[in-house]
Design a protein. Structure first.
Length: 154
């Protein structure tokens, strides 16, 4: 009788260990680490905040809307205030984007704490102006009144 009870207890303990291991595995595989304040760290260790929809960011005379569409299709809207002249400079200053300098300018890999790296997962952040694929990089795009800017994972 005691042998049956021991087998049941061992099975129960192994099931609990398996569940815990699966939970740790699935939460640890997204390539970024979360902090208590909602920030994430990119693969190069740079910390970025994940901001809520409708956030008003920055200070300055120039104001423009920014929409971010992540891998799951979730849209997040921002209102950006800045004195910078380019969209890229304004977003870098606020910590909304991060990337690497390349031969064509800034290659954006992280937007609002979400990393899309073509070399790693085959997707990238596309930059749009008024709903059309931008003909200039974000770091070369001058802020113009009435323009709507967005980043989408593609």
């Amino acid at each position: 009788m005691q042998r049956k009870h021991g087998k049941k207890s061992l099975s129960f303990i192994l099931c609990i260990v398996l569940i815990v291991a699966m939970a740790l595995f699935t939460t640890g595989c997204n390539g970024k680490t979360g902090n208590a304040d909602g920030a994430t760290s990119t693969s190069d260790g740079e910390e970025m905040a994940v901001l809520a929809d409708g956030s008003v960011l920055g200070n300055g005379e120039k104001v423009f809307p920014l929409t971010v569409v992540d891998k799951e299709g979730k849209e997040t809207q921002f209102e950006i205030h800045t004195d910078k002249t380019t969209v890229g400079d304004a977003l870098m200053e606020l910590g909304l984007i991060a990337g690497e300098e390349g031969q064509y300018g800034l290659f954006v890999k992280t937007v609002n704490g979400v990393t899309a790296d073509y070399d790693t997962d085959g997707v990238y952040w596309a930059f749009y102006i008024n709903g059309e694929y931008a003909q200039t990089g974000v770091d070369a795009t001058e802020i113009k009144e009435g323009e709507n800017y967005s980043f989408q994972v593609e």
